[in-house]
Design a protein around this ligand. Sequence first.
Ligand code: NDP
Length: 249
Amino acid sequence: MGAITYHFTGRTVLVTGGSRGIGRSVVKQLAAAGAQVVFTYSRDRAAAESLLAETGKDGCSVSCIQTDFTDPGSIRHLLDVVSENGPLHGVVNNAGIIRDTPVYKMSDEQWNSVIQVNLTSMFAIIRGLIRPLGLSRGSVVNVSSVSGLAGASGQANYAASKAGVIGLTKALAKELGSLGIRVNAVAPGYIGTEMLNDIADRRKLALAKSIPLKRLGTPEEAAAAVLFLLSGEASYVNGSVLVVDGGLL
Ligand code: NDP
């Protein structure tokens, strides 16, 4: 894919869940555009290290912090570290999980963990970083999902969390706009990452056929939408939800 060149030189950006999938592509594209990137991972230290090694080769400025979004203390530590660095130009709230199951079988734990990781942690991160974001009139991009716009069977917890992300995005676009902070969301459709590992290949083929473009999206394609919204090119875009789904919805 031919990449548009954005300029993030000298800009510090936090990317949550940057070790794998869509977040990993966001980190790579930002680093290539000159940003100083801090990304988080939760358990997969090897994935985080391989990303540091990959981006380190190009002389980029990339670092990582282990953060578990099910643990408020871990989130507070992340906020302390990031706040110490001074002005923050961007936050990509990307980390997310699925715990799919029919609603009659869904446990409180399955509900609560998805809401906590996908939505509550996002609120805590934005709330905790308003000051450093305000100093640089920064930009926030929250990763939602088509599931949050259209719902999906077996995803009551996930769809509720991702619909919440859209509500959070739109409310904060209005509230933080006066500080010069833009808040937007990307709503991907089916993107080929490890998140889809539990879907059988046959089902993935059927899913792909149901998409007008007849294929799953790539992490790079989702990341490209994130970079656009984060960049100065989107300076008058605030409170928008950019759907990246090959026409699925
Ligand atoms: P992946 O599963 O590939 O990566 C998830 C990332 O989130 C990893 O970096 C992971 O770190 C991190 N993470 C997982 N659990 C936690 C936790 N408890 N605390 C902090 N970080 C955590 O996901 P994708 O790249 O596919 O998805 C990225 C975002 O895009 C998510 O918000 C997802 O909901 C959304 N999305 C994805 C779609 C898809 O089809 N793939 C479709 C629509 C939306 P670690 O590996 O260390 O646990």
